[in-house]
Design a protein. Structure first.
Length: 299
């Protein structure tokens, strides 16, 4: 297999920071995403390479192994262990040769051993060495309204369509693991896993904090002074509230159970907190000004 330069794929150098890697990955993943390049085999291939490069370089331990072992980074620990065992065997053989004069392994035996190991060889007891497949990383971009209810989605990863259920209440940046949907194992080893990061944009009037929602509602001066009924938009409908006379600016009202779904707790919701913002008139008629002057005198 030809050597794959993951740094070159992401367009970064070996001194790149984790932030540089993440930025480069997101840019290229969006550019080559199959949903944006339907029926484009080249884009699909590039998308696969970008995911693979990010999987290795975004993980400190994987990156360290890759820098040391190149394309064999996944088997680095096994390589070190096997090398150590072979050195111990070689030392033992040398001691045996010294005491008995028998012939041991030559230099060629080392190369053959490591070549067979990374080419699907055998362990010290003649059994085929199995290696787990690598994990894949993917991103799923959704709007806040998309995760208010549980939905089924189809995600294309490395040319394969994967059906998944997105639970209501999932948060921005949250990562879920789908076992066995990563890279193929070697020599009959298990598949890796698929790690999906959720990127959730919010284009609503609500601010989300966990399962609670926050919203600012503007009131005119007259409504805040005299009180009355006011209709409030919640995330899934409208509610009518009774406003007390002389409501002060910044007054908060909590609506229990009108917030966001609680992740993986069916039928449970957070709260909606309403903050009232009193808006003063921007212009007064002569009559209104006269009435305010009368009120001032009464005060």
């Amino acid at each position: 297999m030809a050597f794959i330069d993951y740094y070159k794929i992401l367009g970064i150098d070996k001194s790149a920071t984790k932030s540089d890697i993440k930025k480069a990955y997101r840019k290229l993943a969006r550019k080559h995403h199959p949903d944006l390049n339907p029926n484009d085999k080249e884009a699909e291939l590039q998308f696969k390479k970008v995911n693979e490069a990010n999987e290795v370089l975004s993980n400190d331990e994987n990156r360290k192994k890759y820098d040391k072992y190149g394309e064999n980074w996944q088997h680095g620990e096994a390589y070190d262990q096997a090398q150590k065992q072979q050195e111990q065997q070689h030392q033992s053989q040398q001691r045996y040769q010294h005491s008995s004069g028998s012939q041991g392994f030559g230099d060629g035996d080392y190369s053959d051993f490591f070549e067979s190991m990374f080419g699907g060889g055998f362990d010290g007891r003649g059994r085929s060495t199995k290696f787990r497949g690598q994990d894949f990383n993917a991103q799923l971009q959704l709007n806040l309204k998309d995760v208010y209810t549980t939905e089924k989605r189809v995600l294309t990863v490395n040319g394969k369509n994967i059906r998944l259920t997105v639970p209501a209440g999932i948060t921005n940046g949250q990562i879920i693991k789908i076992k066995g949907k990563g890279g193929e194992g070697r020599n009959g080893g298990p598949h890796g896993d698929l790690l999906i990061e959720f990127i959730i944009s919010n284009n609503t009037d609500f601010k989300r904090d966990g399962s609670n929602l926050y919203k600012t509602v503007n009131l005119d001066l007259y409504k805040s002074v005299l009180g009355g009924d006011v209709t409030i938009d919640t995330f899934d409908g409208k509610v009518k509230l009774t406003l007390k006379p002389l409501t002060q600016n910044g007054t908060q009202v909590k609506l229990k159970g009108k917030g966001f779904p609680i992740y993986k707790k069916e039928g449970q919701f957070g709260d909606l907190v309403i903050t009232y913002n009193i808006e003063l008139p921007k212009k007064l008629s002569d009559k209104e000004k006269e009435l305010f002057e009368e009120l001032a005198k009464l005060q």
